[in-house]
Design a protein around this ligand. Structure first.
Ligand code: WTA
Length: 653
């Protein structure tokens, strides 16, 4: 649990990195003491149409709440990702695309090609009536066209809402409806690990439930899919008819850029809304500093690979916006780590001479289990820096990543952040901080973490453990929950008034390092994907044989957390193995494969207090098989319920 090993900053990193220890200390102090001057300088990493004169205008106080950054500035983020690089990098690589199967031809897209494709696609959106402020849903696989679609929205000022291509038609329909987007961009099929994902069919099924006027479809696998006249548009044919000339809209810094749905403790997923200026500065700055993204000594640009899907925030900030704003080379990978075999990641690293590699611990743990041989048979000499994201990385996986994958040469940036934060918040910087395996280490510029006592909100000082809050705004912060500002305030700012509550628990050690311990609300983190237990429960109770359901997380060797569901069936329904399989398949269909319960236990009744509240603490303990330690159960309306749960737990068998 308490890890004491530490890896000092390598001398070559201290000498060459953009941020060394001294610079970190000086910049961090300034970012907190005088944010206006700090950000007035940092903001020049972007090209502004009108340079902001107002920098930070924020308050988390209930009676004076506002979050505005660079408010009187104007800019366009697509122009920042594309146009401004044309003179210097026009014929250089922007995107390297590696397909699902190594025998399929890969692709290289230059900045000029990406610019042209984006301009044509923007004109197509305009021709379909899309205007600034309109919402556009993107449901695409990991192909360069996904970046084109995002950037085209940004160019026109439309707000993109990307839905992960693994979500079900129902989940897609819910997200389309919530933000009332009448345009959906998709592909015939996706490909992952050799399996086809029926994207267009899913869109068609979603369209049966919600109003969609236009579906733009990319032909990717060439599958024969139904085409609805008047609604569906073939991507390639349609853009061929469009001009490659398209001016970028002048957007206000606080105009929305995108919505991304994410799970919370309660209710349906919320549309996290990010705006243009602050998000742009944050994604660009964090990508540059965390990954030390600067030209190599020979002047070449490092090949950078973030293995996340564009359907998650990591894909937004660190596959597309961050690297492209910084004129980088971003590798987009369509496939999965274990197909065709467990060497796939490292073969791709060798193929493109990747220098910076960024992935989730869940993938690393799955590969670690298969043995070192899959890794060591590849070279990986090009690697310089490794990153981790999405969930706590256990020290064992950290050491494996460090020693086996990185050959003991590459520092690891364990980046803690959230969909809500827009970009990295707490992470070691390779040139500045000695590494402690499993610790996200120190806050980035402008980030002011604090640990508070979850029971009473009292600030905890020194080496301690508590709920992680952030006491002041940073530019990349989400601005609202789309269509529900009250929910935004309620979710993040009421628990500990005047502070942003992250939902995470955290420890701070005697050296001031931060160690994220995981969610302390009803969110679980499955393979680095956020799931709300409430969402899975509501999918279960929609089944006509289910009376009640409660879902909790359970420890899982590979996924970090697994999904443990307790289900009470309707009177007269028999609890059979067939029904268990049916219910598991049902959740998979309702939400998507990532929500598939790992364990489903039938429970004649759930442990409730006299006021009818489910005591989740007990359910968690049973799921964790920590039953010697159930705590006080005397407040239960019927304590005998617990015996029955214990008797029927899979751990008991
Ligand atoms: C967890 C993903 C430990 C955390 C970028 C957070 C982490 C949630 C780390 C956000 C990390 C993310 N160490 N935990 N390095 N990074 N988390 O919105 O619980 O999908 O609250 O954003 O992931 O998940 P989200």
């Amino acid at each position: 649990m308490h890890e004491h090993r530490s890896h000092p900053v390598p001398a070559e990193w201290a000498a060459r990195a953009l941020i060394n220890a001294e610079r970190y200390a000086q910049m961090y102090a300034q970012s907190v003491a005088d944010p206006d001057s700090f950000w007035a300088k940092e903001m020049h990493r972007l090209d502004w149409m009108r340079v902001p004169t107002q920098i930070k205008d924020t308050s988390f106080a209930a009676d004076d709440f506002r979050i505005k950054w660079f408010a009187d500035g104007t800019l366009n983020l697509a122009a920042n990702c594309l146009d401004r690089h044309l003179d210097t990098l026009g014929d250089e690589v922007a995107i390297l695309w590696e397909p699902d199967h190594p025998d399929t031809p890969s692709r290289t897209v230059t900045y000029r090609e990406l610019h042209e494709a984006t301009c044509r696609f923007t004109n197509l959106l305009k021709a379909k009536g899309v205007k600034r402020g309109d919402r556009v849903t993107i449901y695409l696989p990991m192909v360069p066209e996904a970046a084109v679609a995002m950037l085209a929205c940004a160019r026109i000022g439309a707000v993109h809402s990307i839905v992960f291509a693994g979500f079900s038609p129902d989940a897609l329909a819910g997200r389309i409806a919530d933000c009332a987007s009448t345009v959906v961009i998709t592909a015939d099929e996706g490909l992952r690990g050799g399996k086809k994902v029926p994207l267009k069919a899913n869109v068609d099924a979603a369209c049966a439930k919600v109003r969609v006027d236009t579906v733009i479809m990319l032909r990717h696998t060439g599958a024969d899919v139904p085409f609805v006249e008047g609604r569906d548009v073939d991507w390639a044919t349609a853009i061929a008819a469009q001009s490659a000339d398209c001016a970028a809209e002048e957007m206000g810094a606080e105009d929305p850029l995108f919505i991304l749905y994410t799970s919370g403790s309660t209710g349906k997923p919320k549309g996290v809304l990010h705006t243009t200026g602050g998000y742009g500065v944050w994604a660009s700055m964090t990508h540059q500093y965390t990954f030390d993204y600067q030209p190599n000594p020979d002047g070449s640009r490092p090949v950078y690979w973030c293995a996340a899907d564009i359907g998650w925030v990591t894909g937004h900030s660190y596959v597309v916006y961050g690297p492209l704003m910084n004129g980088g080379i971003t590798l987009m990978f369509e496939g999965v780590p274990n197909y065709p075999d467990f060497s796939r990641f490292w073969q791709v690293v060798d193929k493109y001479q990747v220098e910076i590699f960024y992935a989730a611990p869940t993938a690393l743990r799955a590969l670690m289990r298969e043995g070192d041989e899959w890794v060591t048979r590849t070279s990986r000499k090009s690697l310089r820096l490794l990153g981790s994201v999405g969930e706590p990385i256990n020290p064992e996986a950290w050491e494996w990543y460090y020693n086996v994958v990185g050959g003991g040469r590459c520092p690891i940036a364990d980046t803690w952040w959230q969909t809500e934060t827009g970009g990295h918040m707490i992470t070691p910087l390779a040139g500045a901080h000695a590494l402690k395996p499993g610790s996200a280490s120190f806050p980035l510029f402008g980030v002011q973490p604090q640990l508070v006592d979850p029971a009473n909100g009292h600030v905890l000082e020194g080496a301690t453990e508590g709920a992680l809050v952030i006491t002041d705004s940073w530019p990349g912060q989400m601005r609202t929950v789309y269509g529900d500002h009250a929910r935004f305030i309620q979710t993040y700012f009421t628990q500990y008034p005047g502070k942003y509550f992250t939902g995470d628990g955290c420890r701070r050690d005697e050296d001031g390092y931060y160690w994220i311990t995981g969610r302390i609300d009803d969110v679980i983190n499955v393979s680095g994907h956020r799931m709300g237990t409430a969402e899975i429960e509501s999918a279960l109770v929609e089944h006509d044989k289910v009376a009640e359901a409660a879902v909790v997380g359970m420890p899982h060797d590979i996924k970090g957390q697994g999904i443990y569901a307790y289900v009470t069936t309707m009177d007269g329904v028999e609890d059979t193995d067939d029904l268990r399989r049916e219910l598991i398949a049902w959740v998979r269909k309702e939400i998507g494969p990532i929500a598939t319960p790992d364990v489903l236990q039938f429970a004649p009744s759930l442990p409730k207090t006299r006021s009818g509240k489910i005591m989740r603490r007990i359910l968690r303990k049973i799921a964790e098989n920590d039953v010697g330690n159930l705590g006080d159960i005397s407040t239960l309306a019927d304590p005998s319920v617990v015996d029955d749960l214990l008797k029927n737990s899979p751990h008991a068998k």
